[in-house]
Design a protein around this ligand. Sequence first.
Ligand code: ADP
Ligand code: ZN
Length: 218
Amino acid sequence: MFVILLGPPGAGKGTQAKLLAEHLGVPAISTGNLFRQEVASGSELGRRVRSYIDAGQLVSDETTLSILSDRLSKSDAADGAVLDGFPRTVGQATALDRLLAARSRRVDRVLDVAVPENVLLERLTGRWTCPSCHASYHEINATPRRPGICDRCGSGLVQRVDDRAEAIQIRLRNYRERTRPLVDYYGQAGVLTEIDGDLDPKTVTRAMLKATDSAATV
Ligand code: ADP
Ligand code: ZN
């Protein structure tokens, strides 16, 4: 099953994508994480996209599609994936439809994770992430057991450059202007479910599983 997590930065897509993917037995694929891995590796692609990512700007559709389709062509994603942070533009969505259609697949369900903007800002400004396993923490709401250390893998936590106030505003604006139209796009396709993202993480996962179950039976 191919599931897309839609929703603004800070909605909790990364956390939920991992949990949902484990339940569904498919990989969680985050274009943001794929890009950050390229940046960390010092590759040519990483050098090209770094300034966009740090500033909170979207990477071009062409570059994004190429990294995504490479990842989707790996065998673990043959039967499905949970996509986090992709698609983010209508151009990316139509390209994804074509890509899946070529494999006789389609987008089975799109979960639109809704969170009020004041909550997003609060979550994003105190966020720390693990550069190795991508777990995320929060200064106030979700502190790690040992300060500055990832509970899951023991790596040192880092604060993302694009979690600075200025970049956050750009990411939220890009979301409203470029990504929000996908709600209509997938609504018209009849695959959209809105999920309340302002609840505790377990409740959110449960709502997502319910929404994907119904998709599997229709
Ligand atoms: P968030 O959802 O919290 O903004 P991500 O980790 O999903 O963060 O993405 C980080 C950055 O990677 C984005 O701000 C953007 O620069 C780039 N990026 C990720 N996915 C896409 C995409 N689908 N299209 C364009 N740029 C992307
Ligand atoms: Zn970790």
